[in-house]
Design a protein around this ligand. Structure first.
Ligand code: ASP
Ligand code: MG
Length: 437
């Protein structure tokens, strides 16, 4: 059994839905995870924002546009009268449910219900189309098995046992269709796995069912070795270690959600990134691969702020770093990179919403300097420290660029360098030149 996940653009139009239907029916008894059609979750978020602000006409306007779109989709997607009428009724029920929350007592529970509707509509539409095509598909509702614990983590035992039972109840089914992103929380309320959470759904399902493979289908042919928006001639990477994929996902390669990596890695289920527009292309395979002595890819993370704390008192003292880290913890701000010397430490953050307060607190421990508009350039590959020459090549590629800090040795898989925003593209291009050409 495999899990196949299709993102919002892959199911973004009636034609794309038909195309995906063709791909998923090639093999039997797989689990297919669908996102909301592209733009839908954003619209639902916007509707919730209007409702929080008490602007019901604003919510109404956005919802009407969304409803008109789904009505068009039903008409274009389905061809028999009966399925069309059925799908139309389902869409009408969904929009009536959303309108039910259009009142002055709108709260977070209403918001969660509204946000869940996008995925529910995609799966309903796909099911209707598959049935029209004569495929025996069934929906396994995510809200019946996907559950989180009080901590917010997925309840893997419950999910596994329940999902398996739901699947076993359908011995005749050729395909199982389910919603990405949505779940129930520990109290049974409708909830979600955060934006982009459909990849996470697929990974959790692959893990609990011990699937042969988790396939993440998008619009590009795998994880590229550099950012194709800025660098010409990038190529898909054929295989990556889970740790390498996690670094790349975190540091900007948009193709895979970072949370997706963990369940698959822990349960040793390979993840394959595939392209709906080029289904036969090999894509990228992510698994617990053995080190292969190569550099794989480069990614960049924008909007980074570097904070340097320099202190005479750090010399030979202990507890200094603890106080610095504690300051970030107190402000619930996570740190990306660190470099230390005997007299100072520089850290980077990407969320600068608490910057002024953090700097204010840090001034108790030393002199604080802030550099904004920085970019982390992350080189990923087999960077185990006994290998020689790799870090030299990465740093050498930036010989003509001012580098604010370097972090190497934190894992076996990456080296990160901090540069100014205006040097980012030059840095990415030079790295491709030096490492991959
Ligand atoms: N529909 C959700 C979102 O747009 C989940 C996903 O697509 O992964 O964030
Ligand atoms: Mg997505």
């Amino acid at each position: 059994m495999k899990v196949l996940k299709f993102g919002g653009t892959s199911v973004g139009t009636p034609d794309r839905i038909k195309h995906v239907a063709g791909l998923i029916r090639r093999e039997s008894r797989n689990v297919v995870v669908l996102s909301a059609m592209s733009g839908t979750t954003n619209s639902l978020v916007e509707i919730s924002e209007y409702l929080y602000k008490g602007n019901i006409p604003g919510a109404q306007e956005t919802l009407n546009l969304l409803e008109a779109k789904y009505i068009r989709v039903v008409r274009e997607l389905l061809s028999t009268e009966a399925t069309r009428a059925e799908a139309m009724a389902a869409i009408e029920r969904t929009f009536a449910l959303i309108r039910y929350f259009f009142n002055d007592n709108f709260n977070v529970d209403g918001e969660k219900e509204i946000l869940a509707q996008g995925e529910l509509m995609s799966t309903a539409l796909m099911l209707a189309y598959l049935r029209e095509q004569g495929v025996k598909a069934v929906i396994v509702p995510a809200l019946d098995y996907m559950r989180t614990l009080e901590s917010g983590e997925p309840d893997m035992n419950y999910i596994g046992a329940t999902l398996r039972r739901l699947i076993d109840l359908e011995p005749e089914a050729e395909l199982f269709i389910t919603q990405g992103y949505i779940c129930r929380n520990a109290h049974g309320g409708v909830d979600n796995l955060k934006r982009g959470g459909s990849d996470y759904t697929a990974s959790i399902i692959g893990a609990v069912l011990g699937c042969e493979e988790i396939q993440i289908w998008t619009d590009i042919d795998g994880m590229h070795n550099n950012d194709p928006r800025f660098v010409e001639g990038t190529r898909p990477v054929s295989s990556l270690h889970f740790e390498e994929a996690a670094e790349l996902a975190y540091f900007g390669a948009k193709i895979l959600h970072p949370s997706c990596v963990l369940p698959a890695k822990l349960h040793n289920i390979p993840v394959r990134l595939l392209n709906t527009l080029q289904p036969e292309a090999p894509g990228t395979l992510i698994y617990n691969m053995a080190p292969d002595g190569s550099l794989k890819a480069v990614a960049a993370k924008d909007n980074i702020t570097a904070i340097k704390v320099k202190s005479g008192r750090m010399l030979l003292a202990y507890g200094f770093l603890h106080k610095v880290f504690e300051t970030f913890e107190n402000h619930r701000t996570s740190i990306d990179m660190i470099a230390t010397s005997e007299v100072g430490v520089t850290l980077t953050i990407d969320d600068d919403s608490r910057l002024a307060a953090i700097v204010d607190d840090l001034k108790r421990f030393g002199t604080v300097t802030v550099d904004r508009d920085m970019v982390i350039i992350c080189v990923v590959g087999d960077l185990e420290w006994h290998n020689t020459g790799f870090e030299a090549r990465a740093i050498g590629a930036l010989a003509d660029i001012p580098v604010r800090m370097i972090s190497y040795g934190g894992s076996n898989y990456n080296i990160s360098m901090l540069v100014r925003k205006e040097d980012k593209i030059k840095a990415l291009r030079s790295l491709s030149e030096h490492l991959f050409n």
